[in-house]
Write a protein that binds this ligand. Structure first.
Ligand code: UD1
Ligand code: CA
Length: 456
């Protein structure tokens, strides 16, 4: 068991935004929400967020019963930030310090850090960087880690050190409290540096150890929109790599965005520029065409989603064919072997097995049976300006092109609607229902001739 303190009081001026830095998203989820999720996966006894003046927006966005919020105002450095959390920390368990703007640290990396710390050591998450500029350097002697020196306070010799402090550590809590109380701000930035506790630990003969992340992006922080975009790409590349390793075929791993959780079966193929949001499941053999956006959806085995489709809160059965240019809105449930073609919009509709709507239709608030054919230009008139009503179409019905079904209305099993029908009453099973005036031809009709105005 542990305490976790998340430092999130920094202003994030370089983001140049009214939105607090830690509320900016990576893959659709805010930086701080990601840090919180990782922290919670470690089952902390206490979870404390240090927030800054003006950070009420952060609290409003992410407050939860398991969180303690400690305000830090003014902001006098990272040591001062952790001091604000001290009243919440349980001395019986170690304390982990995380950064609200370092969103992608793996739980396994933090577990390794905890294992290194045990109950009585100070453990630092460190990483060797080719360009360590700006970071606190890990100063080692033959006996081990000696201290951390901040970039601005470092000597020319110390600036050459490539091993840097990531901003993440685990410390024995009672000792941490005494070290924090003894911090001073006599340094280049006049800040209370959390990193000064390292020299104190060494002086008190507390062992100081280091652990390292698997990938260096795990400890990358976000200070600007450029860094936000770079980290987003690192995150997406890693997801793409995991998918390919699991057997998914990606036309281009650099042109795929997953903002949520994507589960794929065997032999799934995904073309370029596809965006997945929320929770999406693709069963075996699904193929997704280029330029689709798919949110909170599940697609059955062998189904093909053709290019330029938009699916949201929809389920599609097996062996279906959707698109190109189809839009399935919330509450759409497509059966097996269904076909939906170009410029078809569906909403809150159950579309039975083997049914088809191949071109240009709006089907909303409808229950459609099996093997129904919806002709081009068909519209369910589900809205009277005030209320929504249902359209029901039974198995094997055939809806002629350019029909309007004014709901509530029911089409019986095997019924046929003639093209251009405006259906305002139920259509009986097995019969042709049609609502257009009879076609006639006027034999004596002549086209009007042009009148010569000058003569008149
Ligand atoms: C800090 C470390 C440095 C390390 C670097 C890693 C110190 C003194 N230095 O640098 O060794 O290499 O992180 O990125 O700790 N924060 C507050 N209140 C404050 C100041 C900061 O909550 O008064 C928060 C920030 O929002 C941020 C985190 O603490 O989440 C780190 O602050 P930042 O200023 O980015 O780190 P540095 O001081 O540059
Ligand atoms: Ca600083």
């Amino acid at each position: 068991l542990i305490n976790i303190v998340i430092m999130a009081a920094g202003q994030g001026k370089r983001m140049r935004s009214d939105l607090p830095k830690v509320l900016h998203p990576i893959a659709g989820r805010s930086l701080l929400a990601r840090v919180l999720a990782t922290a919670r996966s470690l089952n902390p006894k206490k979870l404390v967020v240090i927030y800054g003046h003006g950070g009420d927006q952060v609290k409003a966005a992410l407050d939860a019963p398991d969180l303690a919020w400690a305000i830090q105002s003014p902001q006098l450095g990272t040591g001062h930030a952790v001091m604000q959390g001290v009243p919440f920390l349980d001395d019986a368990v170690p304390t982990m310090v995380l950064n609200g703007d370092v969103p992608l640290t793996r739980a396994s990396t933090l577990k390794a850090l905890l294992a290194a710390a045990g109950n009585d050591k100070l453990a630092l998450l460190t990483v060797a960087l080719d360009n360590p500029s700006g970071y606190g350097r890990i100063v080692r002697s033959p006996k081990g880690i000696e201290k951390i020196v901040e970039h601005k306070d470092a000597s020319a010799e110390q600036l050459k050190i490539k091993e840097i402090y990531s901003g993440i550590l685990v410390a024995p809590t009672a000792k941490l409290k005494t070290w924090l109380a003894a911090l001073s701000n006599t340094n280049e930035q006049n800040e209370y540096y959390l990193t000064d506790i390292v020299a104190q630990a060494v002086a008190a003969n507390v062992p100081v150890v280091a652990a390292h992340p698997t990938d260096s992006w795990e400890t990358d922080g976000v200070n600007s929109k450029v860094q936000l975009a770079q980290l987003e790409r690192a995150y997406q590349q890693n997801l793409a790599k995991e998918l390919m390793e699991a057997g998914v075929m990606l036309a281009d791993p650099a042109r795929l965005d997953i903002r949520g959780d994507l589960q794929c079966g065997k032999d799934v193929a995904i073309d370029v520029n596809v965006v997945f949001e929320g929770s999406v499941t693709l069963a075996d053999g699904v193929s997704i065409g280029a330029n689709c956006v798919i949110k909170n959806a599940s697609i059955g085995a062998g189904t093909r989603i053709e290019p330029f489709c938009h699916l949201e809160e929809a389920t599609v059965g097996a062996q279906a064919r959707i698109g190109p240019y189809a839009r399935l809105r919330p509450g759409t449930q497509m059966g097996d072997n269904t076909h939906v073609g170009n410029f078809v919009e569906m909403k809150n509709t159950h579309f039975g097995d083997g049914s088809k709507a191949n071109h240009l239709a709006y089907v909303g608030d409808a229950r459609i049976g099996a093997n129904v054919n919806i002709g081009a230009g068909t519209i369910t008139c589900n809205y009277d300006g005030v209320n929504k009503a249902m359209t029901t179409i039974d198995d094997d019905a055939f809806i002629g092109s350019d029909s309007q079904l004014v709901a509530p209305v029911h089409v019986g099993k095997g019924a046929t609607l003639g093209a251009g029908t405006t259906l305002t009453k139920d259509a009986p099973a097995g019969k042709l229902t049609i609502s257009r005036s009879k076609q006639q031809t006027i034999d004596s009709w002549k086209r009007p001739a042009k009148i010569n105005k000058e003569k008149a």
